[in-house]
Design a binder for this molecule. Structure first.
Ligand code: HEM
Length: 205
């Protein structure tokens, strides 16, 4: 059984491919660590458009990942907790989420992982019509404001998403593919952030 080097605790079995795991850890951390575009989310308000090429790259890469959502989501959240362990404290479930390991083995937490992956799945399935998700995403942003998630944390989720894609896609993780996912995630999180801000405003009124 091979094991993701940086994710450490996660077996790669069940994932279609994980050639990224053969890279030295320092290389993989550096690649993610030097990625800057995650800070450029379209939080300004309008929903952006994706290019035909972006859509093609996203659909092609999601085809296999989307069939195996939970293991890929676990890689993503495992990375999220490495980048910001304080986020563990936001998950208040009946099974305790004090440590990363506790959290990743909590059925309720795994439900949240599934929920996140289903939102990504919905976005991939509506690339030509992301507007149809707007109300849902606004509401989702509001709910996250209410449970204490900051919009900066959405940025860290974006980095973790890219990390998961790199680990899972290996050599198919190219610069244009990375940018395409970043563009889509920016749109999704831009709308969630608008809902988040609206909730904060409503509370202040
Ligand atoms: C730092 C990142 C995040 C934290 C700490 C977080 C935390 C939470 C918490 C505490 C809940 C309520 C309990 C539950 O339903 O499990 C929740 C609900 C949810 N989250 Fe997140 N979340 C994060 C990011 C995201 C992202 C990026 C998405 C999707 C793109 C997402 C999708 C959802 C969904 C669909 C629900 C259920 C909402 C409902 O009940 O209607 N979460 N989240």
């Amino acid at each position: 059984m091979s094991v993701c080097v940086v994710v450490c605790v996660l077996p790669c079995d069940g994932l279609a491919t994980c050639p990224g795991c053969t890279l030295p850890p320092a290389h993989r951390v550096l690649e993610i660590g030097t990625s800057s575009p995650v800070t450029h989310y379209g939080i300004s308000g309008m929903m952006g458009e994706l290019s035909v090429k972006d859509k093609e790259l996203i659909r092609g890469s999601w085809e296999s990942l989307g069939k195996n959502k939970v293991p890929h989501g676990v890689i993503m959240f495992s990375r999220l907790f490495e980048l910001d362990p304080a986020l563990l404290s936001l998950f208040h479930y009946s099974t305790n989420c004090d440590s990363k390991q506790d959290c990743l083995s909590s059925p309720e937490f795994l439900d949240h992982v599934t929920k996140v992956m289903l939102v990504i799945d919905a976005a991939v399935n509506h690339l030509d019509d992301l507007h149809s998700l707007e109300d849902f995403l606004l509401n989702l942003g509001r709910k996250h404001q209410a449970v204490g998630v900051s919009t900066q944390s959405f940025t860290v989720v974006g980095e973790s998403l890219l990390y998961m894609l790199q680990c899972s896609l290996g050599q198919a993780y190219t610069a244009p593919l990375r940018q395409a996912w970043l563009n889509m995630y920016s749109i999704v999180v831009g709308v969630m952030s608008r809902g988040w801000a609206k909730n904060g405003d409503d509370k202040a009124d």
